[in-house]
Design a protein around this ligand. Structure first.
Ligand code: THU
Length: 147
């Protein structure tokens, strides 16, 4: 853990897990039936929920994580501490639903990879926390264009 990384409180982790689980109810998944819910914690304390939204054209589908990020960014909020992601076929959370590569790249745009926490859960008390850097090593981000 890096020196300035905030250790998340158990209560906050559980709140994010609960919010992410609840977001699966809004998933629009007539094609995959794979529900994904996300809860994105901004540095200002606000939590943005996201769900996956599929499309008959398939490629316009949006992941839960990006839904949450784009909701926040579209309201001018661009600093984040953590995201919780849950998912499963017909909402049955059998294993961790890890963010896809595109979502990891979107996180890279707005988050410090050494500090941003990604909470993967299958229930309120079964979870693991990763940094973005762990899930996206050697990521390419805005800093690479500022040198
Ligand atoms: N999905 C997400 O919402 N997040 C991810 O990171 C992985 C995949 C969604 C996309 C699609 O609606 C469904 O899960 C099956 O791929």
């Amino acid at each position: 853990m890096s020196r300035n990384m905030k250790k998340m409180e158990q209560k906050q982790i559980q709140e994010l897990i609960e919010k992410a689980i609840g977001m699966m109810d809004y998933s629009y998944v007539p094609y995959s039936h794979f529900h994904v819910g996300a809860a994105l914690l901004a540095k200002n304390g606000k939590v943005y929920g996201g769900c996956n939204i599929e499309n008959a054209g398939y490629t316009p589908s949006n992941c839960a994580e990006r839904t949450a990020f784009f909701k926040a960014v579209s309201e001018g909020v661009m600093e984040f501490d953590a995201i919780c992601v849950v998912g499963g076929m017909n909402k049955i959370m059998k294993e961790y639903a890890a963010p896809c590569g595109v979502c990891r790249q979107v996180m890279m745009e707005f988050c410090n990879p050494e500090e941003f926490q990604i909470i993967l859960a299958t229930s309120k008390d079964q979870y693991e926390i990763f940094t973005l850097k762990e899930l996206l090593p050697l990521g390419f981000g805005p800093d690479n264009l500022n040198k």
